[in-house]
Design a protein around this ligand. Structure first.
Ligand code: SAM
Ligand code: DTB
Ligand code: SF4
Length: 327
């Protein structure tokens, strides 16, 4: 029924949804999507890596971890003006959310953080929704970002609590949940999802979706990434993710969290337009645009424009919820 958002899903219920025959699952997700959202609309976000590589963490999928030889170009924190130039380019290309990523384990209270605060103010003043993904945050740091105008914070659970230890040993699942709490307390929009293709089981995917959909408030955005297997990382030889696995995850996420922006995130550069159309059909309503994600390739602005034209999709305007509330 419309406007009943549930936070009490059981694992069994999620399992049942996830295992629904695919065409029926897509139909159900598409129906819910139509009830809650404007399906002709997709949010367009652009990522920029403001500090690249040299990360002390050991996330097995990540090209930016210092301990793996991935050939990524290590770069210290960018200057504010350069970042604002990228944001302006993204805005001109139709993007409404700009997300700045740093290869940090956590934020420290130093001059680099002050510079990020200035970047947040600058992008916010340009009229874009500004998002950051900087690793772990304290409550005070989250508040400082909120005061500077940060709209959203991305911090992914990546997989189930049980499988997390197999992928990352330098922090815990609870560390992730604590940061998400701090973000929520500061009144920042939560962007939290995961990765498909890490070697996890279907049960792990279901458990991750359970954790997300039983949070006291659902994340406002849920990125579903397909692993981009990068040479030099421990997961370099993992099998390419099947599009049907992405469709299943997206459709299940849509049914569980009807109002969330479900983002078809990493992995689009190896997906056909028909594959992506299936994901939109199944409830995805957000993408990252721009030639690069953080360090890996992504379709160009022009390719995505052609896809939007073909499918009759229009980009979602910035601050849509706030505008609707004002009326
Ligand atoms: N260092 C911060 C952190 O880990 O939270 C922020 C940046 S980190 C690169 C952001 C997210 O990108 C990760 O949580 C992960 O979900 C995603 N990611 C990183 N490498 C990826 C890959 N090779 N394929 C798919 N997603 C990836
Ligand atoms: C998210 O869920 N996916 C984005 C964003 N949040 C930060 C990152 C994808 C990174 C893919 C690998 C890379 O380009 O380095
Ligand atoms: Fe560092 Fe984030 Fe990459 Fe993990 S995912 S290695 S924390 S940049």
């Amino acid at each position: 029924m419309k406007d009943i958002i549930r936070n009490d899903w059981t694992i069994e219920e999620i399992q049942e949804i996830y295992n629904t025959p695919l065409l029926e699952l897509i139909y159900r997700a598409a129906t819910i999507h139509r009830q809650y959202n404007d399906t002709g609309e997709v949010q367009v976000c652009t990522l920029l890596s403001i500090k690249t590589g040299g990360c002390p963490e050991d996330c097995a999928y990540c090209p930016q971890a210092a301990r793996y030889n991935t050939g990524v170009n290590v770069h210290a924190l960018m200057q504010k003006d350069e970042v604002l130039e990228y944001a302006a380019k993204a805005k001109a290309a139709g993007s409404t959310r700009f997300c700045m990523g740093a290869a940090w384990r956590e934020v420290r209270d130093n001059r680099d953080f002050d510079r990020v605060i200035d970047m947040v103010k600058g992008v916010n003043e340009m009229g874009m929704e500004v998002c950051c993904t900087l690793g772990m945050l304290t409550e005070a740091q989250a508040q400082k970002l909120a005061d500077a105008g940060l709209y959203a914070y991305n911090h992914n659970l990546d997989t189930s609590k049980e499988y997390y230890k197999e992928i990352i040993s330098t922090r815990t699942y609870n560390d992730r949940l604590d940061t998400l709490d701090n973000v929520r307390k500061a009144g920042i929009s939560v962007c939290c999802g995961g990765i498909v293709g890490l070697g996890e089981t279907h049960a792990d995917r279901i458990k991750m979706l359970h954790t997300l959909s039983t949070m006291p408030e659902h994340p406002e955005s849920v990125p579903i990434n397909a692993l981009v297997a990068v040479a030099g990382t421990p997961l370099a030889e993992n099998q390419k993710v099947d599009v049907w696995d992405m469709v299943k995850m997206i459709a299940t996420a849509r049914i569980l969290m009807p109002k969330a922006m479900v983002r078809l995130s990493a992995g689009r550069s190896t997906m056909s337009v028909s594959d992506q159309a299936l994901c939109f059909m199944a409830g995805a309503n957000s993408i990252f645009t721009g030639e690069k994600l953080l360090t890996t390739p992504n379709p160009s602005f022009d390719e995505d424009k052609a896809m939007f034209d073909l499918l009759g999709i229009t980009p979602r305007v910035a601050f849509k919820e706030e505008k609707e509330l004002i009326g």
